[in-house]
Design a protein around this ligand. Sequence first.
Ligand SMILES: [Zn+2]
Length: 606
Amino acid sequence: MRSARPWSAGALRPLVTAAILGALVSAGCSRQATSEEASVPPGEIVVFSGPRFWTGEPARPWADGLAVRDGRIVALLERHEIARLVAQGAEDVRLPGEVALPGLVDGHGHLLGYGLARRSVDLVGADSLEQTLARVAAWARSHPDAPWVLGRGWDQNDWPRKAFPDADRLDQVVPDRPCALRRIDGHALWVNRAALAAAGIDARTPDPAGGQILRDRTGRPTGILVDSAMDLVDRVVPEPDDATVRRALEDAVASLSAFGLTGFHDMGTDGRTLGIIREMDAAGRLPLRLTLYASADDEELVARLMRDGPEQGRRFRVVGVKFYADGALGSRGARLLAPYNDQPDHLGLFVTDPTELRSRVLETMRAGLQPAVHAIGDAANRLVLEIYAGGLRELLAAGRTSSLALRPRIEHAQVVAPPDIPRFRSIVDDALAAAGAAEALRRHVAIVASMQPSHATSDMPWAERRLGSARLRGAYAWRSLIDAGVPLVFGSDVPVESADPRTGLYAAVTRTDARGLPPGGWLPAERVPLERAVRAYTLGAAFAAGRERDEGTLAPGKRCDLTVLRVDPFGNPPRTLLDDPVLATVVDGQVTWRAPAPPPEQAATK
Ligand SMILES: [Zn+2]
């Protein structure tokens, strides 16, 4: 995110002088507070100290403390300045741990899906069909009144036989009511016979556009529904009521905060969820910042945004619209330029008709909203790049240079044809040149790659079977995108992967699984140094959401958002990331989460 740096509050930097700080303190601060959880009264200085602060600012990468007023950083401090400010009466907040990072932000996830997933059968990590079925059976036994048995997270690629499961096996454990289990990638649904019957699916049901009903040799549905075919069942599953949605959202934000996250980009918010988020925000019950991308399926919400423009709350903003170009690789729904290596008659699926996608994305951009389009396969990525090329040319030629529409996002950018990697940047440069745009705009306009490091390490056991070796060159290629000058934001895609940002950082840096396999990493040329990975979770996330002047690094003028780690990840092996916990989360200068029991060696600093 080199391009973002000049926007980072440089005008406020003169504040970093001891003299002015002294004046700030004597003018504004009269009491010595002791409560670490207290909110910050206006006009008062709070000093954060304890860990070393990694700022993310190359000119001054480390600080010993932060002076904060009204939730914003006013100065980076050295040790002697901390002591003096505290002596002058500044509130002293001692954080535990060795290192505080600028607050980590998950750049791609599904908030309600995560909350609801925490209330259904969790199949993640089950490494055989038998174990998967055992978990389903146990959940069904302990929830005899649930009208449906719902779950998610199975992955047949993790089982000894890699074949898709079927309805008959599921009927053996859930014979009495419908059961629907979503695949780990969210792009296939495994259902039993009762669910097929409830949805009215039989041998005569045609495949819907953008989807597939898998069938046996006699044409009978097997119980696996891919991409839009899942809708046939989803629409007969009873909707969760408002109270359930609210509990799920509250549970989700609390859990994300405990992972050290200070922000989250929600990909596909619907109108009801937005309404509840609005209420939570008004009640002060959002412990982290939410950047929301409306679901393209919620036409009412999208129409309202088109009319009224982006919406801003205290800790949430609605800035754009989330679309899907294609499906996912695991279920062979990702749209490829050439057939699947392991299914030579199959290119995958465009889940939105390309002509419709183009016109809806352009409408979104014209309305000043930021498009975020899911694109996994190389054909889908190329399509979206070409749509964005047209949109950027149009907006720039019309002199419309202020909105986030000039920062369209590609979600996943998972398999990109190698010649298309530099096009993420060259399309932007060409559009700027064609419009004769000012040099300063180069820093504002970009196609953002939004990637999820854990997808690479989850998919690495089987991705080559789907793609063949040649296409791996542009697969999960975050290093190549960075090197091409493309702004990158990292995220988790929770509930597809764990929301824990430490697992994403570890995957980005090592490209191995938790056991360190394969040695040296999968496609190791695409590994990145830790500071680049942290940057993609901080300044990269801020840039992707148009917040780089307010968030993303620790610098005067920016929000005081922190993720506090027990062990310094820069000075230790990457494995440290997985083993050592987050100890505290700070948003707007308030401690929003703290590890319940500090480890003994930290007790002295408390
Ligand atoms: Zn997603």
